[in-house]
Design a protein around this ligand. Structure first.
Ligand code: PHE
Length: 344
């Protein structure tokens, strides 16, 4: 038995395996059920008692050494497989990481905000879920105004004197600003608004607005006209003309709709401006004294103007997109068009 143990030690030291399969064969040969070391373990039972201690120790060492040696062979065979695998071609071009871009609505919104910031306006934000008071009542909407009907406004709760609703314009933020800020006030209110409208190429139930409010002593309609003309020229180019048409809003008096000269045909008439040479961009007017009063401002001392525009509408004019729905569908082919427009 002693010779067998020594022989196996020697064989283990010289053992080689070209593959994991060969290493496994060696394991079966020495340590398998019918393996040589297993057989020695069997023989050990009949070893004379005085030799048991010595042989027992040797056999255990042998078993351990065999296991270790075979594990080593298996590992180095596995490493050899990896090393022999074809090398990566480091000259191959990498997979491009698709680069995101800002949404066109957010690009235009930022552009509008930046223009008014330059004029000294602050940015104010407010809640999208508002109450009737801030969206309608404080803005001089009579109780039976159609905007207060379910078919025009999304109500969150009804049956309450001041029900909750999704704001239909960001004028609600102007009310909150008048309530909380000292005069003079010069703010713009960008944000998402909601109207219960059928979705079409020209209308959506969710869209974005930027509204503005300026209140100080002696603010006149001429100031309003000047602010809008400067904005229009920054936004659509230095040759842009504006015109104002009388209009009606409960919260402004007098009120006007603003058109800019068509930046595509330069006023000659094309299919974007429907042959008129003009494009409607916003509503505006002098803040109604009732609105000032509702927010605790004395209309005999202060006056102001307000305006509001749809961001999608400006974006449609800027990029000549003739269907509003494109801005909401998140089709990557459409959004990808604006990847380079991010740095406007
Ligand atoms: N709040 C109006 C709207 O949503 C826009 C507007 C704002 C008009 C301020 C006049 C003055 O249509």
């Amino acid at each position: 038995m002693k010779e067998s143990i020594e022989r196996i030690f020697k064989e283990l030291a010289e053992l080689k395996a070209a593959s994991q399969a060969e290493a496994e064969q060696a394991r079966v040969r020495f340590l398998g059920k019918k393996g040589e070391i297993t057989a020695l373990m069997e023989q050990f039972r009949s070893v004379a008692p005085e030799l048991k201690r010595e042989y027992g120790q040797k056999l255990n060492e042998l078993k351990k050494a065999a296991q270790q040696r075979i594990d080593e062979l298996k590992n180095s065979a596995a490493e050899a497989v990896v090393a022999a695998a074809p090398k990566e071609d480091l000259s191959m071009p990498g997979d491009a990481i698709p680069q995101g871009s800002r949404h066109p609505v957010s690009i235009v919104r930022q552009e509008i905000v930046d223009i008014f910031r330059k004029f000294g306006y602050d940015v104010a934000e407010g809640p999208e879920i508002e109450d009737d008071y801030h969206v309608f009542e404080a803005l001089n909407f009579p109780p039976n105004h159609p905007a207060r009907e379910m078919q025009d406004t999304f109500f969150v709760s009804t049956g309450h004197p001041n029900p909750l609703l999704l704001r239909t314009h960001t004028s609600s933020v102007q009310v909150r600003t008048m309530e909380s800020q000292d005069l003079p006030i010069r703010v713009i209110c960008p944000g998402r608004v909601f109207r219960n409208e059928a979705i079409s190429a020209r209308a959506h139930c969710i869209f974005h607005q930027v509204e503005g409010l300026y209140i100080d002593k002696d603010v006149t309609f001429a100031d309003l006209k000047q602010a809008i003309l400067l904005f229009a020229r920054e936004m659509f180019g230095p040759d842009t003309q504006i015109r104002m048409r009388p209009s009606y809003f409960p919260f402004t008096e007098p009120s006007a709709e603003v058109d800019v000269s068509c930046n595509i045909c330069k006023g000659k008439g094309c299919n974007i401006c429907k042959g008129t040479g003009w494009l409607e961009i916003m509503g505006c007017g002098m803040v109604d004294p009732n609105v000032l009063k509702a927010s605790g401002i004395d209309p005999s001392k202060y006056s102001g103007f307000a305006f509001g525009m749809g961001v999608e509408r400006i974006a449609m004019l800027k990029w000549q997109v003739n269907d509003l729905r494109h801005y909401f569908e998140n089709d990557m082919r459409f959004l990808g068009e604006f990847a380079t427009a991010t740095e406007v």
